[in-house]
Design a protein. Structure first.
Length: 448
């Protein structure tokens, strides 16, 4: 067991778990959802849902993982009863498949980010046909950069917890924060930015309870905290028993929200600067251009209008995106890799390579059938699988896992937990409130 690996410090865990949480979902997904769903109203609902629903589920995953200190399937079995074993195993496997399918589409998008990063470089040295190829949607470009992104992800995961995931998360996450702050500060100085700030920060309270907005905010909260696939469970399994988990979980959730909000302060004002510079951001119907159009057309068009500074800003922006994607993709790959190591007794390097390449094969299928499959896989995994698996995690913690064992687990690193506010509220919450709210929101989404 000693060979399993563990994060070397509290900070290492916080950076790795927030590295998983903070990704394209924060920097790309969140600002776009905000723009499409009534500005500040979405921000408001999202923050409420994260604290009321996503944080309790994050805690369920972290606690199960640290209790069992095993891969997701074994961890689910460890908290199950005799009768619920098959369902526990199924939940673990389903989570693992969902993590793999999320990686299969995420890596394609991350590959585009690398291509756009290099395109900014090509622009600086003036090789415009290379730039053209890098920014055009072609099979060859999509495959080459997707493969490159997998190689980066596989290399990091094959090094293990401390020398791979932890080392790279602690290097990349501070860089991400600096990049985002520099970009916000620069964009804020440009004409048009103030209008963006206004739209972003002024909630239209009439829309807060709009069902479409609530469903989108729930999906975003789950995806953004990497819930319902077992990633947080595996990361939890590498946390030392001497850490106060409810506190660490709250820090991770706080950082995730914080970076999403910062990303909004970057992307929304940037859109309005683009509008000011004559770039189209609304279509004929008066709706915001769709989400990939925004990142891959509007922002590059904006960078073009900035003259000499544009290429540097583009370079910084797409490196920010690539870093954010990488610290998330390693956490997705770790879920099936941990399973292959612990249940199939494979050496780590071999497991990372084999599992990574198998998921790459799925990505290639998606690339070849982009229009038919890409959106479908995104929807099936993020809109349905993640909330349903999150629901199952709650049911296991709320109804199957023995209460005294749960308390025992929380008390490790958190003495006096039984007198805390957390222990007074959280168990009832995962038992009743979370499952009901997830069900209600999902039912709404079928009816809506
Ligand atoms: N939380 C990541 C993001 O916001 O981009 C996405 C993600 C990472 C989802 C890891 C699922 C996962 F297991």
């Amino acid at each position: 067991m000693a060979a399993r690996g563990e994060f070397s410090s509290r900070m290492a865990f916080v950076l790795a778990a927030s590295g998983s949480a903070i990704g394209l979902g924060n920097i790309w997904g969140f600002p776009i959802q905000v723009a499409e769903n009534g500005g500040g109203a979405f921000v408001f609902t999202y923050i409420i849902l994260t604290f009321l629903l996503a944080y309790p589920i994050l805690m369920a995953e972290l606690l199960i993982g640290r209790h069992a200190k095993k891969d997701t399937v074994s961890s689910m079995l460890a908290i199950s009863s005799e009768r619920t074993r098959p369902l526990a195993a199924l939940t673990g496997v389903w989570g693992m498949l969902t993590a793999s399918f999320i990686l299969s589409f995420y890596a394609i998008v991350a590959g585009w980010m690398i291509a756009f990063f290099l395109a900014a470089g090509a622009d600086m040295v003036g090789i415009s046909d290379v730039k053209q190829w890098l920014t055009d949607f072609s099979l060859s470009r999509n495959i080459i950069f997707c493969v490159l992104f997998y190689l980066l992800t596989i290399t990091i995961v094959s090094r293990g917890i401390a020398a791979g995931i932890e080392r790279w998360s602690t290097r990349l996450m501070p860089m991400l924060l600096v990049l985002i702050l520099v970009l916000i500060a620069y964009i804020a100085t440009l004409p048009g930015a103030a209008e963006g700030w206004r739209v972003y920060l002024q909630p239209d309270f009439a829309r807060v309870l709009d069902p479409k907005l609530v469903i989108s905010a729930l999906g975003q909260a789950f995806f953004s905290l990497s819930l319902g696939v077992g990633t947080m469970m595996v990361y939890g399994s590498y946390v030392s028993k001497s850490e106060n988990l409810p506190k660490l979980g709250a820090i991770v959730a706080g950082l995730d929200i914080g970076i999403a909000i910062l990303a909004g302060l970057l992307v929304i004002p940037a859109m309005y600067v683009a509008l000011h510079n004559g770039v189209t951001i609304y279509n004929e119907a008066g709706q915001l251009i769709d989400s990939d159009g925004l990142i891959f057309n509007v922002l590059p068009a904006l960078f073009e209008t900035m003259g000499g500074a544009g290429a540097i800003v583009a370079l910084l922006f797409f490196s920010l995106m690539t870093i954010a994607a990488l610290t998330s993709s390693i956490s997705m790959l770790e879920v099936p890799v941990a399973y292959a190591i612990e249940r199939r007794k494979m050496p780590r390097a071999k497991a990372a390579m084999l599992v990574g390449l198998s998921i790459l094969a799925v990505s290639v299928i998606l690339i070849f059938n982009f229009n038919a499959l890409f959106g479908l896989v995104v929807d099936l995994t993020t809109r349905y699988s993640e909330p349903l698996i999150g629901l199952l995690f709650c049911l296991f913690v709320g109804w199957v896992w023995r209460r005294d064992q749960i308390l025992g687990e929380i008390k490790q690193g958190f003495e006096g937990a039984e007198h805390s506010l957390f222990w007074r509220i959280w168990p009832g919450y995962v038992r009743f409130v979370c499952p009901l709210v997830v069900l209600a929101v999902m039912a709404q989404s079928f009816l809506a």
